[in-house]
Design a protein around this ligand. Structure first.
Ligand code: ZN
Length: 307
């Protein structure tokens, strides 16, 4: 990690709700200064509207606070994920409450939405949320399917264009070598998730940046409750440096492009994370802290004392 010492990173897709304080600490130490947590599927289907409500509230509340306790600026995108669009009764109820959350401070887009199995219901709720994004003038963060990826990605983009969205407001995620050219050619942002032990490892990511250049490309970890790596961005930046990618290109794909794409929400002020943020772990959120009984709060970013 010495290769990327002093560099700043922005992870535009990471599910911190599923991660530990150790992850937050490691990310902060590796240079991650800000992140976006998209609303997603929790690994098993929710059975009622109230759990959606509580989840969205946690993304703009407790999780944002938890992140701040490690000096990382936390943003989120709010949406109905594709899997749960298939529970149509519940999906309709979720649509009704989305407007209560998407205009909140720090919400930088509608996401992550799109296709999983490419069902009729997914199509319906994807379209409804594109309309919502248009109305709210918010960027859209698209989850592309892992099965039939190429077809699903093309379909997602075609529908976005059909609904009159500016491709410059749409971030297409989970790209690979098969999808990237078309996404860039059509003017969308192309995001790449670095998945450990699977398809999109970071050596392939280096090759994509070598081939396509850094414009409108961004890297994310999409770390969640599954096997994933919250340090995927700093590690990829280090590998890019070793492989001779210019510093400015690395900065664009691991930091600046994500900011430019999501700042179109009007919700990102870079001053909030460009300079080291003061950490005060004695702060509380609704009476709760990240500390456990007897632990000493860390109030200085430069010293970590474990007692
Ligand atoms: Zn995700």
């Amino acid at each position: 990690m010495d290769y990327v010492k002093g560099m700043k990173f922005f992870d535009p897709h990471v599910h911190m709700t599923s991660r530990t304080t150790d992850d937050y600490q490691a990310m902060a130490d590796a240079g991650v200064v800000a992140l976006i947590e998209p609303a997603f599927w929790l690994g098993q289907p929710r059975t009622g509207l109230a759990t959606f409500k509580d989840y969205y509230n946690s993304l703009i509340g407790w999780e944002r606070f938890r992140s701040s306790q490690f000096g990382i600026k936390h943003y989120c995108t709010i949406g109905l994920n594709s899997r749960e669009a298939n529970n149509e009764v519940l999906a309709a109820e979720v649509m009704d409450i989305l407007p209560l959350f998407i205009y909140k401070e720090g919400v930088v887009g509608i996401g992550e939405i799109g296709f999983d199995d490419q069902t009729e219901a997914e199509d319906k709720y994807y379209r409804l949320q594109l309309e919502l994004a248009k109305e709210a003038n918010l960027p859209v963060q698209i989850h592309t399917p892992h099965r039939n990826k190429k077809q699903g990605t093309e379909r997602s983009m075609a529908i976005a264009l059909e609904h009159g969205l500016d491709p410059g407001m749409v971030i297409v995620d989970h790209n690979n070598e098969e999808t990237v050219k078309s996404v860039l050619d059509q003017g969308f942002w192309a995001a790449f998730t670095i998945y450990p032990f699977t398809k999109m490892g970071n050596e392939r990511m280096v090759e994509i940046v070598q081939q396509y250049g850094p414009e409108r490309i961004m890297v994310n970890s999409a770390a969640d409750w599954g096997i994933s790596d919250p340090l995927a961005i700093p590690k990829t930046a280090a590998l890019m440096k070793i492989k001779g990618i210019p510093d400015e290109a690395i900065r664009l794909v691991t930091y600046q492009n994500a900011i430019d794409a999501f700042a179109q929400s009007g919700q990102i002020n870079v001053a909030d994370f460009e300079n080291p943020q003061a950490i005060d772990q004695s702060l509380k959120f609704n009476g709760n802290t990240v500390l456990r009984g007897g632990q000493q709060p860390r109030v200085d970013k430069n010293s970590i004392v474990i007692r």
